[in-house]
Design a protein around this ligand. Structure first.
Ligand code: HSE
Length: 296
């Protein structure tokens, strides 16, 4: 049996939707598991040469995690030996959900290997992947595609269609990397009520602007007061570029915890010359989340 799983990059937060909003981007990692191949793990593309090949990578851990969960229901559950090959297009540690994509891929693969007849029902994939990886605001769009709202506390996920006119651009710094755990540890554990109120209003506006394609409104709506200023202080080069884009009336925010920036081009307002060391990716929005193809 050969299983191919395709999972999109995701941009979490979208400014004020801290830990709640996420957007799927049409930039996908592919993982192939083949039960006829020599057992082992290999990678090509982003992160090849630095990702582990001893089974401690996030895809392999998510497979093992799913098998463990299944054994709590069916004690004899197991998967056959397999070779795993990953083709990575999502840059690592740049705020584009590479770790969530790996977790979602692993859970989806395990469900097929375990003979889960409902493997194409995404809700268990989302639940297992976010429990393991810890970032449901990335796991939700990676699983469901489109624009997702994850309601922390209740665990409710709602998927929306972003307006088709949206043209997301991801600006990726080649030399800067920021593990999410480090970017989170700098955040204060409590926030001022004025800042919370600011984010509630702007988050609601962001949903309206993203679904209606109102890019004038989006310029305002993507502002945040819960996380971006702290992170900007850690990443002055990123903060300077973000300020510059906003001054040019482009809707922009940090992508996830950074250091990449998410920006939406509109009319005459497009991303032009970038500072040295930055690249622009124009992936488009991805309407669908994880895809699984089974052969043999
Ligand atoms: N919402 C997370 C954060 C990023 O900003 O720390 C990815 O889940």
């Amino acid at each position: 049996m050969r299983i191919t799983v395709r999972v999109p990059a995701t941009s979490a937060n979208l400014g004020p939707g801290f830990d709640c909003f996420g957007l799927a981007l049409d930039l996908c990692n592919e993982v192939i598991v083949d039960t006829e191949a020599e057992p082992g793990v290999s990678w090509e593309g982003e992160g090849a040469g630095e990702l582990p090949t001893d089974g401690t990578d996030m895809v392999s851990r998510a497979i093992a995690h799913t098998v463990e969960l299944q054994r709590q229901i069916h004690p004899g559950a197991d998967v056959p030996a397999f070779g795993l090959h990953g083709l990575n297009r999502i840059p690592l540690e740049r705020g584009l959900g590479s770790s969530s994509a790996a977790a979602v891929a692993g859970v989806a693969l395990a469900r097929v290997l375990l003979g889960d007849a409902g493997f194409d029902d995404p809700s268990a994939t989302f639940a297992y992947a976010s429990e393991l990886e810890g970032h449901p605001d990335n796991a939700a769009p990676a699983t469901y595609g489109g624009l997702t709202v994850f309601a922390a506390g209740s665990g409710y996920v709602h998927r929306l269609d972003p307006h088709p006119s949206l043209g997301p651009v991801v600006l990726v710094p080649e030399r800067l990397r920021l593990p999410t755990a480090e970017a989170r540890s700098a955040l204060p554990s409590s926030v001022d009520r004025k800042d919370a109120v600011f984010n509630i209003g702007h988050a609601a506006l962001a949903v309206v602007a993203l679904t209606q394609g109102d890019l004038d409104l989006l310029v305002v709506a993507l502002h945040d007061r819960l996380h971006e200023s702290v992170r900007g202080a850690m990443l002055p080069e990123v903060a300077a570029l973000l300020d510059d884009l906003r001054h040019r009336q482009l809707p922009a925010c940090l992508s996830g915890a950074g250091p990449s920036i998410l920006v939406f081009e509109r009319d005459a307002h497009v991303v032009e010359a970038l500072p040295d060391g930055w690249r622009a990716i124009r992936p488009g929005v991805r309407a669908t989340g994880v895809e699984v193809v089974v052969e043999g």
